[in-house]
Design a protein. Structure first.
Length: 476
């Protein structure tokens, strides 16, 4: 079905009449929320790119809603289903995007990308395991559904960006918007330092999540590093330097050990790249790394040392003569509980939210989805890496090349971060991650199209020369 511009306007006017009547019959706050949602849907329907800008600025800047009653069977007390403003926003934008695709036949809903099959396999494994968990009584249906919805919303974002972004200018605009958002979030984190508490993202609810903010900053700073390491990617280096400085201070304020380890992994990769590309800067970077214990804030070094220097307390795990702090010890116990739950259903798992809560991605996937889901998850991670590497190798534009390099660095950082957090489930980390995955996929598809057209163009040139005619587009 194809609609012209005036038909779309008439349709919107017709829908506006019952909508206006409905708004007048509800409470003002509910009416305002409905009106805002309708406005966002209208913007998304008319311009998917504009809605993506709205979504980007809502990342880490939107409020959180905790539904405490919707807990899994084995989850920790007080850990409910965390819903954010951008969750609702993404649903509204996604519905409008699907409507727009239905109205315009030329818009592909789900373009073919390197991630399509791995995404389908992992979601299918998760849905299958959760369905069995519901039948076995391990999973509450509503809780499992809401957690599975997070997988689907990330996929919505990915395909929406791949489908909507059609030019390099759009890619640059979305990247700049995400970097501006990162700068604002970093300023918010730095502003929390005088209070003496660990920094967390804005609107984190009653209890902040410094580990979430740390993972987000590690990924975004890796994007900045990729752009900085690629000559010609950004004409102005000063904004990148300022963002790196402010973001680095914000990262240190989180006191998140998982984030520090992830940042260390990214920094080591940057060192390796510097050794090849900018050998004159490698010695300086190496000295900076070795001198880290002296120039890092005292709170950071104390936080890292606290892992092995905590005063004796009940619940600590001892490894030989070394004693692990209670927080890290609890994570190790979480891995043990995950293995115990895994034995109950090793092939399919106990279902999403069907086991005890834990702050570690890999044992959670193993416990909830079994060997099948874990294989699908690892296959998805491998697909991310291959896509990033392919985008880096095939990119001819310096900006696209730097973007792919930054994505690769950030991906490695998040893989390490996931050892101590549910990184690939956290919406505030995954939204920017899937956004950049879509941008890399788009540049990779464009690069493959250009490479496919080059042999044909070369063949046409040779054929014209054989016939004694000038090549197409060339003067005789």
């Amino acid at each position: 079905m194809q609609f012209n511009k005036w038909t779309e306007i008439l349709l919107l006017v017709i829908l506006a009449v019952p909508f206006a009547l409905m708004v007048t019959l509800v409470k003002p706050t509910i009416g305002l929320a409905i009106a805002l949602g309708a406005l966002v849907m209208l913007v998304a329907f008319l311009s998917t790119t504009a809605s993506l800008y709205i979504l980007i600025f809502s990342m880490l800047l939107g409020p959180e809603f905790l539904i405490g009653e919707l807990t899994g069977v084995g989850t920790t007390a007080g850990r409910g289903v965390s819903l954010r403003f951008e969750d609702f926003l993404l649903i509204v934008i996604g519905l409008a995007w699907l409507a727009r695709v239905a109205f315009h036949k030329g818009l592909p809903a789900f373009p073919r990308t390197p991630l399509n099959r791995p995404i389908i396999l992992f979601i299918a494994a998760s849905v299958f395991a959760t369905s069995l968990g519901i039948l076995a009584g391990h999973v509450k249906p509503l809780t499992g559904f809401l957690f599975l919805l997070k997988y689907y919303e990330y996929v919505f974002l990915y395909f929406m960006v791949v489908s909507a972004v059609t030019s390099d200018r759009q890619v640059r605009g979305l990247v700049v918007a995400s970097l501006v958002t990162c700068f604002l979030v970093s300023l918010f984190a730095v502003a929390q330092i005088p209070g003496g508490e660990r920094a967390s993202a804005p609107f984190e609810g009653q209890h902040g999540e410094p580990n979430t903010l740390g993972g987000y900053l590690v990924f975004m700073l890796a994007i900045v590093a990729g752009l900085w390491l690629t000559s010609g990617a950004m004409r102005r280096q000063l904004p990148l330097a300022i963002l790196t400085a402010v973001g680095g201070v914000g990262l240190s304020a989180t006191l998140s050990r998982s984030s520090f380890v992830a940042a260390g992994a990214v920094f080591l990769l940057v060192l390796g790249i510097l050794a090849r590309r900018k050998p004159q800067l490698f010695p300086l970077a190496l000295v900076v790394l070795l001198a880290a214990p002296w120039w890092l804030p005292q709170t950071v070094t104390e936080r890292m040392a606290f892992t092995f220097t905590q005063a004796p307390e009940e619940g600590q795990i001892g490894i030989g003569a070394i004693t692990i702090d209670t927080s890290t010890s609890e994570r190790f116990r979480g891995w043990e509980r995950a293995v115990e739950s895994f034995y109950r259903s090793p092939l399919y798992g106990v279902g999403v939210t069907g086991g005890p809560f834990m702050d570690a991605m890999y044992p959670r996937v193993l416990m909830e989805t079994g060997l099948l889901g874990t294989a699908a998850f690892l296959n998805l991670l491998w697909a991310f890496f291959r896509m990033g590497l392919g985008g880096y190798r095939s990119a001819t534009d310096p900006f696209a090349r730097g973007l792919a390099l930054g994505f690769l660095l950030g991906f490695v950082g998040l893989v390490v971060h996931a050892l101590g957090a549910n990184t690939f489930l956290i919406v505030r980390i995954m939204e920017p991650f899937w956004l950049y995955a879509a941008l890399v996929a788009r540049s990779l598809l464009v690069g493959q199209t250009e490479q496919a057209s080059q042999p044909q163009a070369a063949f046409n040139d040779r054929a014209m020369r054989v016939l004694g005619r000038p090549a197409i587009g060339r003067p005789a």
